[in-house]
Each structure stands twice: as C-alpha cells, then as structure tokens.
Design a protein around this ligand. Structure first.
Ligand SMILES: Nc1ncnc2c1ncn2[C@@H]1O[C@H](COP(=O)(O)OP(=O)(O)OP(=O)(O)O)[C@@H](O)[C@H]1O
Length: 345
C-alpha cells in the first residue's frame, strides 16, 4: 500500500521567496508523505535550496504557507523556529561537529534524555548505517561517505516527521554513491519519515524517489511517479530535466505528425505545427526506416552516440550496435510510443 491516499506529513502551498527583483521560489505547492522519498530535481539556481531552507525554517517566506501535522509552521508573517518544527536537515557538506565523537554527534539532539540512553540510542542509529564500530572515532577520521551516513542518522535520531536532504551524494565519488545510496535508503525507510531530497542528478532522482517534483526557474513544472514523469513529461523543459532529449519540428495532419525522421501517431494533437520530443535512446538504426546520413559518431562508454541528418534536420541517437562510418547512408526509426508531441507556437 502506498501512503499517497493519506494526509501529507508536510504541505507547502504557494511558497514564494524574493531576493530583490528575483523570484527565487515562485508559488510552489508540494506535499510530502510519511515513508516516501520525494526528489526535488532541477538545474542549478532554480530555487531548490531556498525552498528547502524555507521548509527547515532557515529562510523567511514572502508568501504562502507551510503546514505539518495539522499545524502552521510558517507563512509571510509567522515562522516557527527551526528547532521546534520537527524537521531534520542534512546539509550537502555533512556539517558534523568536529569536536564531538561520532556517537556524540548522533546523540547531540537527544539532550533531554539520560546520558546512558542517549549513548544507547546513538549506537542503535549508527548500527542502521553499519557504523556502530566507529562510534568513538572523530569525524575527521571518517571517509566522506561515512560522514554522510553519520549526518543522516544524527538527523533521524531526533525522530523528525520530515527529513530534508540537500544534494546528499554530491561530495561522493561515483562508486561510493550507489553504496551510500543503498545504506541511506534503508535507514530512511526504517525511520518512516517524509523525505525531501534535493538533487540536480536525474539518474539519482529516478533511482531513489517514490515521488518526483521537477523544478525550473522557481516553479514546480510537474509532480508524480518517476516513470510517469520520464515517459510523459508535461513540456520539453520537464523532459530535459530527466535526460537528453531531441526536439524535431513536426507537422500534424489528421492525427499523424510528420517529421524529417518519420511519422508519429498524434491522435489527440490539433492540426498544425508541433514539436516532437524523443530521447536519443529511443531512436533505432533499422533496415526499413527513414533514410538518413551519418554526420558524426562519438564513443559514450556503454553506448555510441550518432548524429544523423535528413531533410536538413539533425537528430542524435544512441545505440549499442557497431557504429556506422561518418558519411554512411543508414535508415532510422523513431520508437513511436516513446515520443511526445508539444505545441509549437
Ligand atoms: N541569500 C540570497 N541572496 C540573494 N540571492 C539569493 C540568495 N540565496 C539564493 N539566491 C538566488 O536565488 C536563486 C535560487 O538559488 P538556490 O540556491 O535556491 O538554487 P538551487 O536550485 O539550490 O541551486 P544549486 O543547485 O546551485 O544549489 C539563485 O538565483 C540564487 O542566486
């Protein structure tokens, strides 16, 4: 069962924040649910951190409201202090206290409990991220991935209803990322908190999120399940946030969109100009496709990227097949079920 039918743990409505003339966050609505990870994905400067800071209580609101568990946390005139919001924030740079041991870092937020219980609780939390044996180490003795795990359980130990993670894996190298990601997700699921994770990494967002929120220029473009957002983006801008895209000029007539690289079914599109969006991995080299000429070939590791031209237009495709030569005549087919059409003004 998913929690989507239940009341959200935290609700943001119309959140707005201005810096001078710049609208950094522009009327954002967002629901976070207990036990679910929401990824907030957007390019650098789109307002992700500002929104996170508003939810945490580190940034005032110029408009809108934030509610959690039935109480108002903030609006344009009132703001509950960060420490009484029940919201945990894990910073990009971990921000562990350097003069406290690992266990004391985790126990820091449990000041109201007896000393022995604080220690026991800290060890239990450290165990969930496989670090109980490092309890008495100093933060600087830990690797980046280990520090990140400590920072997470330090936040979770206070039992917040909502946990905010700001680019939690940005400081880690590639091979560590997937390992730390697995461990973090295990601990987050065990905590049953509502989680909002800020990232500009589409793959990370798709892999980790139960719910996805796509943000650009201070606004939420789309929310929903990761596969739905990937397969049915609401606009070319939303599509681009989730991976490489190609936009082809198309002409729609009687339910068929014609492009330089083939026709696509367009049962719901009005007649006239349109954009056809397709991802490079959804274009195939075929024997019965549209004739095209190879303009460039690049080695991309797991795939080869090929630029093809037809009718004066260029299209990138990605294949794992042997690469054709530059200048060669080939045929290509668009995966019609993966293409999307958008109005072209
Ligand atoms: N304290 C501030 N004063 C003035 N402008 C600010 C301030 N904080 C953020 N901004 C501006 O608001 C916009 C949104 O910034 P924000 O840090 O929220 O973006 P972001 O999506 O988190 O970016 P990144 O992924 O690079 O961290 C940016 O244009 C930024 O320059």
């Amino acid at each position: 069962m998913t929690a989507t039918g239940n009341a959200p743990a935290l609700t943001v409505r119309g959140a707005t924040r201005r810096f001078g003339a710049r609208l950094a966050v522009d009327g954002v609505d967002l629901d976070l649910h207990a036990g679910r990870i929401t990824a907030l994905l957007g390019p650098s400067g789109c307002g992700k951190s500002t929104l996170l800071r508003m939810i945490a209580g580190l940034e005032p609101m110029d408009g809108g409201t934030i509610h959690a568990e039935g109480r108002l946390l903030a609006d344009a005139t009132r703001a509950t202090p960060p420490e009484t919001r029940g919201v945990g924030l894990v910073f990009q740079d971990y921000a562990l206290f350097p003069h406290l041991s690992v266990a004391d870092n985790v126990a820091f937020g449990l000041k109201d409990r007896p000393r022995a219980e604080r220690r026991r609780t800290a060890l239990e939390w450290l165990d969930t991220v496989h670090l109980a044996d490092r309890a008495d180490a100093w933060p600087h003795m830990l690797s980046g991935g280990e520090q990140q795990r400590v920072a997470l359980v330090r936040a979770l130990a206070r039992r917040p209803h909502t946990v905010l993670l700001d680019e939690p894996f940005s400081g880690l190298d590639r091979h560590l990322k997937s390992e730390v990601r697995q461990t973090l997700m295990g601990a987050l699921r065990a905590a049953d908190a509502a989680v909002l994770m800020v990232t500009h990494d589409a793959e990370e967002a798709l892999l980790m999120a139960d719910d996805l929120a796509l943000m650009d220029k201070g606004r939420i473009l789309q929310t929903g399940a990761p596969d739905d957002a990937y397969l049915r983006p609401v606009s070319p801008a939303a599509a681009r946030l989730l991976g490489e895209t190609e936009l082809l000029a198309a002409e729609v007539r009687s339910g068929v969109a014609t492009t330089a690289f083939g026709a696509l079914p367009a049962p719901d599109a009005p007649d006239g100009p349109a954009w056809a969006m397709i991802r490079p991995g959804d274009v195939r080299i075929s024997i019965d496709g549209v004739p095209a000429r190879v303009a460039a070939v690049a080695f991309g590791g797991p795939f080869i990227e090929i630029k093809v031209q037809a009718d004066g237009q260029t299209l990138r495709l990605r294949t794992t097949d042997p690469a054709p030569a530059v200048g060669e005549a080939i045929q290509v087919t668009l995966a019609a079920d993966r293409a999307r059409l958008y109005p072209r003004p």
